[in-house]
Design a binder for this molecule. Structure first.
Ligand code: GLY
Length: 449
C-alpha cells in the first residue's frame, strides 16, 4: 500500500517510523516531512495546508491511504474533501474536528453530555467577558475559541492579567478570528494527563496514558511550548480512572456523534486534569459514594476534561507508538473501514520517555542553521529512537531548522531505566545553543518513590 503522512514534526516522524514496519506498506511519503523522516519516507515538498496540491499528488501517485498528523487540516475539512474525491483518509471529518477547532463547541458538548469539566461561559463581547471575570475573581482561565497554535490559553492569576488577556484576544484580535469568541472557565487544581482514544465511530479503544511537559523551564515554569518532553504510562491515571474516562468521556462523545449522523473516526485526545482524590481514598479508604461535582458532570475518581484534540498529541505520540506491538497501518485501515471491533491493540509493558531538544530562546526567538553532531552514536544506543522535528539537510549536513529540533525517546522496564537511557543518549548530541529540560518525568518518579 502507498501511504502519505501529512505533517513535519516529531509526531509525524514517529507515525512514519511505525508505519514503515508494516508488511502491508509498499511506499511511504511524507509531506512536507523533515530530515529524519527522509530515512523512512520519500519527502514531498507540499505544505500541510496545501490541500489542492496534496490532492493532486495523491491522485497522480495513486496513494491508497492518507494520514493527517496536525489539527489544522482536519479543522479545515481535509477529510471531507479527500473522501469526496474517493481518496481514503484517516482522521475525523470537519464536523468532528470542531471538538478541537472550537473550544465553545467542545465545552457545550461536554455540558450537554454531563462530562466532568470546569464551570464556564462563552462570550462574544469583551465588556461582558470582563464583567464575568470581575464577578468570578481569579485565578481564571481565558481561552480563545479557535485554533491558536497552542498559544490561545491564558491562566490569569490576577484581575489585570485576565482583563489584559480579554483585551488582547477580543479587542486587539492578536489571534485573528480565533479570538472573536472566548471561553472563560474555572481554573482547576491538579495534575494534567493525556488520555487518547482510537475510534471508528462505534468501537473505542484507549491508548496507554501519558503526560507531557508544556512549560519551557524546569519545575514546569515559564511560557507554554509545543511540549518539552513526555512519558508513558502516566502513574496518575489509574486503571479505575481510565475505565471511568472511557465510560464517562469517550463513549458519550462517540455515541453523540453517531446520533448526530457524523460518526467520529480517528484519534480523540482528552486533556484531563486529575484532581486530588477525596481525603478518605487518599488515605486508602473507599471512594465516597457521593461523587464530587464539576461544571459538566461528576467524576467519582476525581478528574475533569480540560480540552479535546482530534489527533495524536505531540510529544505524547513519541512515547506511545514505540510501545505499540500491533501493525499501525492495519489499525488505520480498520478505522477507515469501520472494523476496529475486530482488532485488539497490543502494547509493550514498558515505560517510555521523550526529551525534546530545542533551540535556546524557544518558544520565542531562536536561531536556526546550527550543525547537529552526535546523532549517529546516540541512535545506536539500546532502546533509543530519535524522532526529528525542526531539522533539515544543508549542503549534506544535518542542521537545526525550528524551535523544537529533536525528540530523544528511550524505553525501559520502569521509568528510571527509561529516563537513564534517554538522558545518556541526549548527552551524546550537540549543537550550538541547544536547550532541553533536565527534569522530564519528575512527577512519574515522584509517584513511584
Ligand atoms: N502535547 C499537547 C498536544 O499535543 O496538544
Amino acid at each position: 500500500m502507498k501511504v502519505l503522512v501529512i505533517g513535519s514534526g516529531g509526531r509525524e516522524h514517529a507515525i512514519c517510523w511505525k508505519l514503515s514496519q508494516s508488511p502491508k506498506l509498499t511506499k511511504l511519503y511524507a509531506a512536507p516531512g523533515n530530515a529524519g523522516m527522509a530515512d523512512v519516507a520519500e519527502l514531498v515538498d507540499i505544505a500541510a495546508k496545501d490541500q489542492e496540491n496534496l490532492l493532486k499528488f495523491c491522485k497522480r501517485e495513486a496513494v491508497d491511504l492518507v494520514v493527517v498528523g496536525p489539527e489544522a487540516p482536519l479543522v479545515e475539512g481535509i477529510v471531507d474533501r479527500f473522501e469526496k474525491e474517493g481518496i481514503r483518509i484517516f482522521g475525523p471529518n470537519k464536523f468532528g474536528a470542531q471538538l478541537e477547532g472550537s473550544k465553545a463547541f467542545a465545552k457545550q458538548l461536554m455540558k450537554k453530555l454531563s462530562i466532568p469539566t470546569g464551570d464556564f461561559e462563552v462570550f462574544e463581547n469583551a465588556e461582558m467577558a470582563k464583567d464575568y471575570v470581575a464577578k468570578k475573581g481569579v485565578p481564571i482561565v481565558i481561552k480563545v475559541d479557535g485554533l491558536a497554535g497552542g498559544k490561545g490559553v491564558t491562566v490569569a492569576a490576577s484581575l489585570p492579567k485576565a482583563m489584559e488577556a480579554i483585551h488582547l484576544d477580543m479587542v486587539k484580535k492578536v489571534f485573528g478570528k480565533a479570538g472573536e469568541r472566548v471561553v472563560i472557565e474555572a481554573c482547576l487544581e491538579g495534575e494534567e494527563a493525556s488520555v487518547i482514544a482510537l475510534t471508528d465511530g462505534y468501537t473505542v479503544q484507549l491508548l496507554p496514558s501519558s503526560q507531557d511537559h508544556k512549560r519551557i523551564f524546569e519545575g514546569d515554569h515559564g511560557p507554554n511550548t509545543g511540549g518539552m518532553g513526555a512519558y508513558s504510562p502516566a502513574p496518575i491515571v489509574t486503571e479505575e480512572a481510565e475505565k471511568e474516562i472511557l465510560e464517562q468521556v469517550f463513549m458519550p462523545v462517540v455515541k453523540e456523534f453517531q446520533a448526530l449522523g457524523h460518526p467520529f473516526k480517528g484519534f480523540l485526545y482528552a486533556g484531563i486534569m486529575m484532581t486530588p482524590p477525596p481525603v478518605s481514598s487518599a488515605k486508602g479508604g473507599p471512594i465516597p459514594s457521593e461523587p464530587r461535582e464539576t461544571g459538566g458532570g461528576v467524576a467519582a475518581h476525581g478528574f475533569s476534561v480540560l480540552e479535546f484534540n482530534v489527533r495524536l498529541g505531540d510529544p505524547e505520540t513519541q512515547v506511545i507508538l514505540p510501545r505499540l506491538k500491533s501493525d499501525l497501518l492495519e489499525i488505520f485501515l480498520a478505522v477507515t473501514e469501520t472494523r476496529l471491533s475486530q482488532l485488539k491493540l497490543e502494547w509493550e509493558d514498558e515505560h517510555c520517555v521523550c526529551v525534546v531538544i530545542a533551540a535556546e530562546g524557544y518558544p520565542e526567538n531562536y536561531d536556526v542553521g546550527h550543525k547537529i553532531a552526535g546523532l549517529s552514536a546516540a541512535k545506536e544506543q539500546p532502546n533509543i529512537q530519535i524522532f526529528h522535528a525542526g531539522t533539515k539537510r544543508q549542503n549534506g549536513d544535518l542542521v537545526t531548522a525550528g524551535g523544537r529540533v529533536l525528540n530523544v525517546v528511550g524505553s525501559g522496564r520502569g521509568i528510571f531505566e527509561a529516563l537513564s537511557r534517554t538522558y545518556s543518549a541526549v548527552d551524546m548530541i550537540f549543537f550550538d545553543k541547544m536547550y532541553y529540560r533536565k527534569d522530564i518525568g519528575y512527577k512519574a518518579t515522584r509517584a513511584v518513590r
